[in-house]
Structure formats: C-alpha cells, structure tokens
Design a protein around this ligand. Structure first.
Ligand code: HSE
Length: 309
C-alpha cells in the first residue's frame, strides 16, 4: 500500500444472538457501538484502545481488530507495511453482546475501506457475502457477525457455499440487562449436549419459525416465539442468576431471553415501547426485578457496520 496518509473510520454495532430459539442463527444488531480508526503506516503497528476492555485486550498483532484486518488484507493481496489503530469500545466484553463480532467485522470493513481508497477495483472480490464468510470463519459462528455486518434482524445459516445470511427490518425495541461479571463463550458452549430429544427439536423449530413473524408484524407473539429448547437451560450452571432473571421476567410476561452465550439478558418489546414514557416505565419495573444489574434500553441498529472517511 503506497498511500500512508489514508485513514478510515468505522463504527460497528453490538448484537444479541440466538433470541431464544435461533441458536447460532438469529442475530439482532443493537444501537451501542465500537468505533475504530485505522490508518496505513510506513512500518510497525500501533494500537490504542479506550473504553471497554482498554488495558485488558492485547495491543499487538493478537488484537482482534488487527487480526481480522490482516486476514482481509491478505485476501485482497494488499498488506500495508505498517498499521495504526485507534479503538473506542462501548460494547462490554464477555457479556453476550457481540463484542468480538463487532471487533472482527470492524477490522474486515476497515481493511476493505483502506484498500478501496487506494485501488477501488481491488475490493470487488470482498463484497458483503465474502466479508460475512471471512468474519464468520474468524469468529467461529455466524449469528453475531451477520447482525453486526448487516444491521437489523438477521438469520444466518451454513450452506454448501459457506455462511449466508438474510436481513429483515424488525419492528421491536429492546432492554438489555447486564450483570457485573463476564462468562466465557467457550465455557457456555462446553455445557451444551451433543444431542437433544426429538420433541425438543420439534418444539424449538416451531418457535424459530415464528420469531421472524413476531419481530416484524406480530409483536403479540414475541413471548411464545422466544421460547428456547436448545441451549439456555443447559447453560444454567455457568449463569444461574441470568436464568433465574429470565424466568422471573417471563413469569411477569416479558419476552426475555439469554443474550447470545450470556450472561446478559435481552428483553424484546413491541414497537409501542419505543415511546419514551412507556420505556421509562418498563425500565423502572425492571429495576425492581433485577436489582444490581445495569439496565440499558437499546434500540435496534438498522445500518450495520459503516465507514466514514
Ligand atoms: N450462538 C452463540 C452461542 C453466540 O450461543 O454460543 C455466541 O456469541
């Protein structure tokens, strides 16, 4: 890469995966963002991080944004001699809110944008579909990555040609409840059984088929459509307080689920709740049910990861 003055700015959203029955498939992008500024440099690597995870994440080639960017530069055949990265993180780490997907997608999108500044024709091969495949490979599963890349509500699946995803415009808003301590996704995945009873698979597929409808036109079905039979209960030993909170919220009639691999809890609300007064009332009620948890109303992000500069 010759143009060492080139700088790009990228904003990547948080996301919630699974949404109950859509294990490793459903994703919802949330209006909480990590910002990344990336520049090609004549040599070396400089990484500065502020916000969530600052002081904890590696600031060398192991930094997730850098690893994802390097993989994208490799695919594009344009590895810059040096790189400068500045990140400001707002997505909390280890809480089931897609922080690693946001970092990976930000890295891939920033790398593509940097190469585009220098040689627009060179990035044609790395379109949205190819970025989704690359980011999913780096992440290990596609649900958060699809939502972070495309925004809105996404269904991702693995086909013969690799990971694919569709995006739908949801008519919901959310409240996210975040506990103090993280849970590792590896630990949460390790608790899942190799097989599930056929009756659970049947019940789960019905709910999964219902959820896109509930999210778009039938908010009255959100509660039933968010019932899960594949992962949440199995994960209880790693996050007993989260499961207990989901049960209390559901007993109270809320469409509450474990967000991704946990331990945060996501409450899906029909669009009527986006009215500020209604949201405030709901949040007040949630404070009563979940003392000590951070309670954050979060709109759906509609744009996915975007570039400026
Ligand atoms: N679908 C994944 C899981 C999301 O539940 O393990 C992890 O981010």
């Amino acid at each position: 890469m010759r143009n060492s003055d080139a700088v790009v700015a990228v904003r990547a959203p948080a996301s919630s995966a699974n949404l109950g029955p859509g294990f490793d498939s459903f994703g919802l992008a949330l209006a909480l963002y990590d910002d990344v500024e990336m520049a090609a440099a004549p040599s070396g690597l400089q990484v500065d991080v502020t916000g969530e995870g600052a002081g904890e994440v590696p600031r060398d080639e192991q930094h997730l944004v850098v690893r994802a960017a390097r993989a994208a530069f490799d695919l594009l055949g344009h590895q810059p001699p040096g790189l400068r990265l500045r990140g400001h993180n707002r997505v909390p780490h280890g809480r089931g809110l897609g922080s690693s997907a946001a970092a990976i997608v930000a890295g891939v999108v920033a790398a593509r944008a940097l190469v585009h500044l220098e040689e627009p024709g060179a990035v044609e091969s790395l379109d949205d579909a190819a970025m989704l495949r690359l980011a999913s490979e780096l992440e290990g599963h596609p649900d958060n990555v699809a939502a972070a890349l495309l925004g809105g509500f996404t269904t991702a699946w693995v086909s013969g040609s690799g990971v694919r995803a569709v995006r739908v415009e949801p008519a919901v808003t959310t409240v996210v409840l975040v506990p103090d301590s993280p849970v590792s996704t590896t630990v949460a995945r390790g608790l899942l059984p190799a097989e599930v009873p056929h009756r659970d698979a049947v019940a789960n597929s019905g709910r999964a088929a219902l959820l896109p409808l509930a999210l778009t036109t039938r908010p009255d079905l959100l509660f039933e459509a968010t019932e899960d039979y594949l992962h949440q209960d199995y994960r209880e030993p790693a996050m007993p307080e989260s499961l207990s909170l989901v049960r209390r919220l559901r007993d109270d009639g809320h469409a509450a689920v474990i967000s991704g691999a946990g331990p945060s809890v996501l409450v899906l609300c029909g669009a009527a709740h986006s009215d500020a007064a209604v949201s405030a009332k709901l949040v007040e009620r949630l404070h009563g049910v979940a003392p000590g948890w951070q309670i954050k109303p979060m709109a759906v992000d509609r744009e996915g990861t975007r570039t400026a500069g």
